[in-house]
Design a protein around this ligand. Structure first.
Ligand SMILES: [Mn+2]
Length: 327
């Protein structure tokens, strides 16, 4: 387990905190951010939550009062100097906060990173990063649980449960450990309703997203004897369905669910450039494959943002390089 004494010390010695999470935030990102907010709020801290991306609609129930703000480049340039401590949750490379990177990086304030991804960028001496955890939510559970004055009650338990549930693939990914279930048990004990929470997160889908999924599924193409599966989403698909980048969350898993597939790819065109999601099974490190395109992530789940090239140019390269990782 991580040693949280340094983090407790920073929390005790400072008054104001700005908490942010990565672009295109998922359940672990928003759940962790809200749980940390509730915890620090209990401790009487002054808090501000600012993200580059909007909160996805299926996670807005975690933030009913809309405490999370969207970063405004023009009016928030100075924001990173206005709080004692800047906390990065669920990411460990500053390019994950896009337009906020520069201000965050240059800030003279204390910076803290709480995360579980591989390939950290050492942007502060206070890196609370442990890749053995399946979610940032589990790290925060341990942080809060190790501070005896605050109880994990329903208010804190709900966002933590969403964080853990989503990042563990509903308790099935490989870093789902006995400790994960023990934490989940504590959260249920605090009053979290597993069926209702799952419904709010996963069965609260906009029709456009289902239509977009249809387009993505239709694009499924197999390579290398059916061991690599690719799905594509182009800008026209997004426009026709009235969807955005955040609506593609989870799609790549359909490609991975195809029989014999070892590497699954989802390629989608952004307003600028494109993004590729990589998934794998067995001993194939897709984070290494993603790194070849300037990305990164976990052994079995990674991503890359490519701004200096087109899908037509990048795709053959990705398919070709995938072969190397299959063998
Ligand atoms: Mn996470």
């Amino acid at each position: 387990m991580l040693n949280f004494s340094g983090l407790h010390k920073i929390i005790e010695e400072n008054k104001s905190f700005l908490i942010t999470t990565h672009v295109n935030p998922d359940g672990d990102a928003i759940g962790s951010q809200i749980a940390l907010y509730k915890y620090l709020n209990r401790l009487g801290k002054e808090l501000r939550l600012i993200n580059f991306s909007e909160t996805p609609s299926n996670l807005q129930f975690l933030d009913p009062e809309s405490i999370i703000e969207n970063y405004q480049t023009s009016s928030m340039l100075n924001i990173f100097e206005q709080y004692d401590v800047l906390i990065a949750v669920d990411f460990n490379r500053l390019d994950r906060i896009i337009d906020m990177e520069d201000g965050f990086r240059k800030s003279s304030k204390i910076k803290v990173c709480i995360d579980h991804h591989e390939d950290s960028e050492q942007f502060t001496e206070f890196m609370f990063v442990d890749t053995s955890y399946g979610s940032t939510g589990e790290i925060l559970f341990d942080l809060i649980d190790s501070y005896k004055e605050i109880n994990i009650d329903y208010e804190i338990a709900l966002p933590l449960y969403v964080a853990i549930m989503t990042d563990s693939g509903s308790f099935k990914y490989e870093r789902t450990l006995p400790a994960t279930h023990l934490k989940a048990a504590r959260l249920l004990g605090a009053g979290v309703d597993p069926k209702e929470t799952h419904r709010l997160v996963f069965e609260n889908v906009k029709p456009g997203k289902i239509k977009l999924l249809g387009k993505a599924l239709n694009s499924l193409t197999l390579y290398h004897d059916g061991r690599v599966a690719l799905m594509k989403i182009n800008r026209a698909d997004l426009n026709e369905t009235g969807t955005g980048e955040e609506d593609t969350d989870g799609f790549v898993n359909y490609a991975l669910s195809v029989e014999d597939v070892k590497i699954a790819l989802l390629l989608y065109e952004l307003q600028e450039g494109l993004k590729v999601s990589f998934r794998s099974v067995g001993d194939i490190p897709v984070n290494k494959l993603a790194e070849e395109f300037g990305g990164g992530g976990h052994f079995h789940a990674a991503g890359a943002r490519i701004t200096d090239n087109t899908a037509e140019a990048v795709l053959p390269k990705i398919i070709e390089l995938s072969k190397k990782y299959l063998d």
